[in-house]
Design a protein around this ligand. Structure first.
Ligand SMILES: [Zn+2]
Length: 71
């Protein structure tokens, strides 16, 4: 990561872009439903979902869908 980008994103946890987030969202939700450590397998997802209402909403809908499907 270029140094300037690190300043823009701020210190702390790694965070994905929306594009990366969407690409891994279904995998992330599957891990959550399976009670696996989703954040360990897909670092940055949780941080992104906390900071991005659009992806958070998409995540919540998908989680609801996948959870309902498993019953
Ligand atoms: Zn996003």
């Amino acid at each position: 990561m270029p140094e300037w980008l690190g300043r823009v994103l701020g210190p702390g946890r790694p965070e994905l872009t929306c594009e990366e987030c969407f690409a891994s969202l279904d995998e992330y939700v599957e891990l959550e439903v399976a009670r696996s450590d989703a954040e360990a397998q897909l670092p940055g997802m949780e941080a992104h979902l906390e900071g991005c209402p659009a992806c958070r909403e998409e995540h919540d809908l998908l989680l609801e869908f996948v959870a309902a499907d498993g019953q």
